[in-house]
Design a protein around this ligand. Structure first.
Ligand code: IPE
Ligand code: IPE
Ligand code: MG
Length: 243
């Protein structure tokens, strides 16, 4: 007999954009006496299920933080291992993602990744480019400050070339110049593993996002826990500075 969930998810109020900081892979592995890379591998499996559930629930945009501009500080072996897993994930999942009409987009300067990763990502972006289902955004070599600086440089160049004056710059133009240009701001950002921070993720875009934190480590994050987090978001009162 199926047990009734302890949360109430309103299927008519599913957020259109959910962003997730997938954290806790290393601790998940450590708890089991396994190398950190096994944690990252288990994390890929968890991600697969969350992409599927996002699609079923009718989420329009799913953005996941996979590798930050700060994660290069980790041992070379772990960094290289993460990118190897990424290639495996992309190659293995691409056909199914495409069959499910998922559109893959990368946020961040992924040209700095190893050549085989860049190639696998480009194949995925090209193949799914015309898809109209779930927008699956993967933040890779992504950092919000890096993203904001890049946007500022683009707008500054417009001014230097005389196409705009500083007074004419708007928040709209700034939003469009970010990696997330054209994507609505996330209504909710979920972070797993009990850490209560954004770690340089979507700083501009999260101005009015609801933040949901769960102690569950990313590899243990199930579609049920995902729904519980969305239900928690649905229970929030959003005021946007009003009354
Ligand atoms: C998140 O898990 C994945 C990446 C940052 C690439 P971590 O590797 O940060 O796991 P913890 O935080 O050490 O447990
Ligand atoms: C944030 O997790 C980055 C990703 C999940 C990709 P980190 O584990 O790198 O963040 P900190 O170091 O705990 O802030
Ligand atoms: Mg971490």
């Amino acid at each position: 007999m199926a047990t009734k969930p302890s949360y109430r998810l309103d299927l008519k109020r599913i957020p259109q954009h959910v962003a997730i900081v997938m954290d806790g892979n290393g601790r998940w592995a450590k708890k089991r006496g396994l190398p950190r890379l096994s944690g990252h591998n288990a994390g890929m499996e968890a991600l697969k299920e969350i992409v599927k559930r996002s699609d079923t629930l009718g989420v329009k945009y799913l953005t996941v933080y996979a590798f930050s501009t700060e994660n290069w500080k980790r041992p070379q072996e772990e960094v290289g291992g993460i990118f190897k897993l990424l290639v495996i994930y992309m190659k293995r999942e691409l056909a199914e993602l495409h069959a499910n009409n998922v559109k893959v987009r990368i946020l961040g300067d992924y040209s700095k990744l190893p050549a085989d990763s860049v190639a696998a990502l480009e194949t995925a972006i090209e193949k799914t480019g015309d898809n109209t289902g779930l927008n699956f955004n993967i933040a890779l070599n992504y950092g919000s400050r890096d993203e904001i600086m890049r946007a500022v440089r683009l707008l500054a160049a417009e001014c230097c070339q005389g196409r705009k004056t500083p007074d004419q710059l708007t928040e709209e133009m700034m939003s469009r110049a970010l990696y997330t240009g054209g994507i609505p701001d996330p209504e909710v950002i979920i972070r797993t593993s009990g850490e209560l921070r954004l770690s340089n993720f979507l700083l501009w875009q999260s101005a009015y996002s609801e933040l949901v934190f769960t102690d569950v480590l990313w590899p243990d994050f199930t579609p049920e826990e995902y729904e519980r987090c969305i239900a928690e978001f649905q229970g929030r009162k959003r005021r946007y500075g009003g009354v």
